[in-house]
Design a protein around this ligand. Structure first.
Ligand code: GLA
Length: 731
């Protein structure tokens, strides 16, 4: 059934406008066979069919109140080669009875039955959370499916697989959810890939028959693919318009999302733990809970996909604080000094940073152990007394007296073989017996799955934050797994689950004990960004690539999946360390202002003019920060489509809008294209305050409908030119 035929089916009764609500169908009827979940502008309906199997009935635009769907029915077999089990859009397909498509669940039993047939058993509802239980027809296994609706327009799904018997059950694959799209063709999918210093590259391609696998086998989220996707209709879905089904997985370990379009045009998404090298044994009575998979739907294109995700992340994912405040403007000297940090040098930088209006001063790598370069010291989290003879206190006190708070870099999960920690506990590293431990960046991964390692990591971090007045940790993670062995357990493959659970536990305990502490998730740039880690961290390091031109596309891709407020962006020196490109200071600032602004240049080398420009631009950013960090983002023109790009942010209350406009490279002396704004109140008038008077010659007050129709003109010329306009709604 195509989306169009679904729409036709309900055209007589669909009249309700989308409203910001979230609810699951109420009641307690034990004979119920259909459940509907509304979240924002989306409805999702599941039903039990005549063979007691649970199937997706609907995932699409919000249905009218009281609308009911035809009863769930097994789909017919398509010749003897495609049995009903494979053609029916099941909610949680298990491998068995001729399921040849992607399963959500697969069990292994060395000698016995390795298949499952999951039938509906029970349901219950707690608040906005629906739980539907399935049971296998032969083995003592229950699967609890959870559905949680969010008013921002998202549905969270996860499962818990439970062993009801006496014998252990071996899980080989256990997904969070399967979700079926309307059957048909003509879909296209978008996804994000990358590498170190080149994360967040967006791709879009037609979805054809076959299976597309987005995954990480690396033990962490990865730079290479991010657990996010959006599916649209070719020709109909654009940045501004059209249907889009989308999802994001909340897991920071090895993960997999498969997008499958079968030869019968059944289109489904399965997301969860990566089954590659997966193994989990459920003893009698034990359960395994899977990560949260978050899904949504909009009729308003890829721009709205992002805005729904941004609103949802701010409201339901990111940690909340008793005293909410915007992301502070930070200074970090990593690019300026690398490992060469010391008391006098850092204080000198802090004094200059404070003059610019910086609010947080962060010491990066190099402050601890025998750390001169990346060959030694990881694991020895004591202050290096040669560099900081009096400990960190004098620097922290000076930073505070300058009106900034203090942050510190750590890489808690790693160890250099050249460290006291490794010499004392070589057994704490993940490894296989009799096999060389592969070093990357001269470091090995601690096995956080081991309780004693978890306690050590929590202990030293707790001590560090207790003994020093630290407001912020930049938590780094600079390699992936190579020998994922766990020598002290009968089930070593459980490392994929237990490691990440312990990571989350450490973060949660730290935050609980130190409620004011903020944490940045960094993994050699953007290698660990997902909705799992973001439940415990306040921001992420977007990429080690700080070249402003590259950053435009990196940040554009990032915002498809994650909110601008978590996207940390530094202004650094030119020529850029990575590609030797030189861009003007204002261009670098206006690019970094797209998210949480930071500065990472060597301030000792900045001229009086650089300092003056920066002070002015930092003050300007403070005036637009709430709109950038908590407003609605519109990608007016994405970089890569031409020689220019623009982003616009509209404040939550509509009182302010901000336009950031960039010219990458002018061709043939052509004028900068007209900029047509979005998201404004058409009837309201807006006063326009340009950052550069010379680059905006238009009227000082313009009506919203004109700005969103005729647009406005800015004058940018040459290479790497940029400007900003602030629009205030006139009362
Ligand atoms: C990683 C981070 C950088 C910096 C270095 C320090 O590469 O992404 O920002 O902290 O580690 O070694």
């Amino acid at each position: 059934m195509s989306l169009r035929s679904v729409a036709v089916l309900f055209s007589a009764i669909v009249f309700a406008a989308p409203c910001a609500s979230a609810q699951v169908s109420q009641g307690s009827d034990p004979n119920r066979t259909q459940w509907r979940i509304d979240a924002g502008e989306m409805s999702y309906v599941v039903g039990v069919n005549e063979q007691k199997m649970l199937q997706t009935l609907y995932w699409g635009p919000k249905l009218a109140p009281g609308a009911t769907l035809p009863a769930a029915r097994m789909h017919p077999e398509r010749a003897s080669f495609d049995p009903p089990i494979a053609t029916t859009p099941l909610e949680y397909p298990a491998w068995g009875a001729g399921l040849f498509t992607e399963p959500a669940l697969k069990v292994g039993s060395p000698n016995g039955d390795r298949t499952l047939i999951l039938q509906y058993a029970d349901w219950r509802q707690t608040g906005d959370q629906l739980e539907i239980t399935l049971r296998d027809t032969a083995q003592p296994i229950a699967v609890h499916l959870f559905y949680q609706a969010y008013q921002q327009g998202m549905l969270a799904r996860w499962s818990r697989v439970e062993n009801l018997g006496k014998e252990p059950i071996h899980l080989e694959q256990s997904a969070s959810a399967t979700m079926n799209l309307p059957q048909g063709t003509g879909y296209e999918w978008s996804w994000l890939t990358g590498q170190w210093a080149g994360e967040w590259q967006l791709h879009t391609a037609p979805l054809q028959t076959g299976m597309l696998v987005l995954e990480s086998r690396r033990g962490s989220t990865s730079h290479q693919t991010n657990p996010w996707f959006a599916i649209g209709r070719t020709g109909a879905t654009t940045e501004r318009d059209g249907p889009a089904w989308f999802g994001e997985l909340g897991w920071s370990g090895s993960w997999r999302i498969t997008l499958e379009s079968t030869s019968l045009n059944n289109v489904r998404v399965t997301a969860g733990y990566n089954p590659y090298d997966f193994g989990y044994v459920l003893a009698a009575g034990e359960s395994l809970e899977t990560p949260r998979f978050y899904a949504g739907y909009t009729q308003h294109g890829n721009g709205e996909v992002s805005r729904i995700l941004h609103r949802f992340q701010r409201a339901a994912i990111l940690p909340t604080r008793p005293d909410p405040k915007p992301r502070p403007i930070l200074y970090n000297s990593w690019e300026a000094t690398e490992f060469d940090v010391n008391e006098t040098g850092q204080i000198a930088l802090a004094e200059k940073a404070a003059k610019l209006g910086i609010e947080r001063f962060v010491i990066d790598d190099g402050w601890f152990g025998a750390r001169k370069d990346d060959h030694a010291g990881l694991g020895d989290w004591q202050v290096n007394r040669t560099k900081f003879p009096n400990g960190l206190k004098p620097v922290i006190d000076r930073v505070h007296s300058l009106g900034m708070d203090f942050g510190l870099w750590v890489e808690p999960e790693m160890v250099n073989p050249d460290s006291d920690l490794y010499r004392k506990h070589p057994d704490w590293v993940m490894s296989f017996p009799n096999r060389q431990r592969t070093e990357q960046r001269n470091q090995l991964v601690l096995n956080l799955a081991k309780p004693e390692v978890k306690e050590y990591v929590f202990g030293f971090l707790d001590q560090l934050v207790t003994e020093n007045d630290i407001a912020f940790l930049k938590w780094d993670y600079n390699r992936n797994w190579s020998e994922p062995g766990w020598d002290t357990t009968p089930e070593p493959k459980e490392i994929y689950v237990q490691y990440i659970r312990n990571l989350y536990e450490i973060l949660a305990r730290l935050r609980q004990k130190h409620p004011k502490l903020e944490i940045e998730s960094c993994s050699g740039g953007g290698g660990r960004v997902d909705l799992g880690i973001l439940r415990y961290t306040d921001e992420v390091w977007t990429s080690d690539n700080t070249d402003a031109l590259d950053r435009l596309s990196i940040q554009d891709g990032f915002t498809h999946a994650y909110a601008p407020q978590v996207m940390v962006a530094w202004v650094t020196d030119v020529p850029n360390f990575l590609d030797k490109r030189t861009t003007p200071l204002q261009f670098r600032f206006l690019v970094a202002m797209q998210g949480a602004l930071g500065v990472g240049g060597n301030l000792n080398k900045w001229t009086a003019e650089d300092m003056e420009i920066s002070t002015r631009l930092i003050a300007f950013y403070k005036g637009i920060r709430p709109t950038v960090q908590t407003g609605s983002l519109y990608r007016l023109t994405s970089p890569g489509t031409g020689g220019d790009s623009q982003v616009e942010y509209v404040a939550q209350d509509g009182s302010q809008a901000v336009l950031l406009a960039y010219l990458h490279s002018q061709r043939f002396g052509l004028d900068y294209p007209t900029v047509v704004l979005q998201g404004l109140d058409p009837g309201a008038r807006y006063s326009i305050r340009p950052l550069d008077a010379s680059k905006y010659k238009g009227e000082s007050t313009v009506q919203g409908s004109v700005l969103m129709g005729a647009g406005l003109q800015v004058s940018l010329t040459g290479d790497y030119d940029s400007t900003a306009l602030v629009l205030e709604r006139v009362r």
